[in-house]
Design a protein around this ligand. Structure first.
Ligand code: UTP
Length: 292
């Protein structure tokens, strides 16, 4: 079944970006001049997703407004004849069909996905986390996972190899053997959320892109709170993997974590340096820095 729908869980508290996130959703913090969420939605749409469900919470109203029409702004831009800004405005609100649903309490990523159960129905769907960006010039990361799902079925999770000292920051996949399906795709035996390097079954870290089958919902219903007292998607995928195929795919592209200040600033720089209109000014500034 082709994948048409995706969930973007955005109901987390964003505590690593306080105080900004006290009243601004972390997904609205800009990378260059666009909010992070714009890049995530563009990746979903470029992957072939038509319907996007965002999981939000009380301080996240700005997300809904951002993807809505803005008649007052439109009228001003029309009067000014600013067609470029008008096109950007229209592009943002028409990119996909958007639904917003609330997670009343931040009970974990697994719980956030469960909140969208009725909206996903009986179809496989994508999940994109708002603080992970993957840059690839031709094949968006979610599209890469969708291609694996089309070939093999089952759930597909994006993984990358991380150095030993970073293992305890991620969910880590245990796999059968490297390259059992092809060089980048491995059958998952189990998943462990944030293990110590000594206990980790591999160095394959789960990042924020998934293709999930609807069977995940029954498992999530039964998944007790795990690490940090939260209902973990990793735990549910571990359980589902015992009865259905779950694949880990070593995605192609550069991954950026925008969830903390250093990550947000470096990602912003990386994306701005790719923009012909912004790069010259930023390069000129960087050249003036005397580092160390
Ligand atoms: P994170 O743990 O990275 O995000 O969750 P956070 O909780 O917003 O950030 P910190 O750690 O407090 O700084 C990963 C993703 O899952 C979503 C978050 O919005 C983020 O996109 N999430 C997490 C939910 O939607 N609901 C939750 O209960 C937890």
């Amino acid at each position: 079944m082709p994948i048409r729908k995706a969930i973007i869980p955005a109901a987390g508290l964003g505590t690593r970006m306080l105080p900004a996130t006290k009243s601004v959703p972390k997904e609205m913090l800009p990378l260059a001049d666009r909010p992070t969420i714009q890049y995530i939605v563009e990746e979903a749409v470029a992957s072939g997703i038509q319907h996007i469900t965002m999981i939000t919470s009380r301080v996240k109203r700005a997300l809904e407004d951002y993807f809505d029409d803005a008649p007052e702004l439109r009228a001003v831009l029309e009067r000014k004849g600013d067609t470029a800004a008008l096109e950007m405005l229209d592009h943002t609100s028409r990119m996909a069909q958007f639904s917003f649903t609330r997670q009343h309490e931040p009970r974990g990523l697994g719980h956030a996905v469960l909140v969208a159960r009725d909206l996903m129905g009986a179809e496989p769907f994508g999940v994109l986390l708002g603080d992970d960006l993957v840059d690839h010039p031709e094949r968006p990361c979610l599209r890469q996972l969708m291609d694996v799902h089309e070939r093999h079925g089952g759930c597909v999770i994006a993984v990358m190899r991380v150095p030993r000292e970073q293992i305890s920051r991620y969910g880590i996949a245990a796999i059968d053997s490297y390259g059992d399906l092809d060089a980048r795709t491995h059958r998952v035996q189990g998943l462990v959320e944030k293990p110590s390097p000594e206990q980790a079954p591999s160095n394959l870290a789960v990042i924020g892109r998934y293709v999930l089958t609807p069977s995940i919902f029954d498992v999530l219903e039964q998944t007790p709170p795990g690490r940090g007292g939260e209902i973990q998607l990793t735990d549910a995928l571990h359980t589902l993997g015992q009865s259905e195929p779950v694949y880990a795919y070593e995605f192609e592209g550069t991954r950026y974590d925008t969830g903390d200040p250093v990550g947000l600033i470096t990602t912003s720089l990386a994306y701005a340096l790719q923009r012909p209109d912004l790069a010259p000014g930023i390069r000129a500034y960087l050249r003036t820095l005397r580092l160390d």
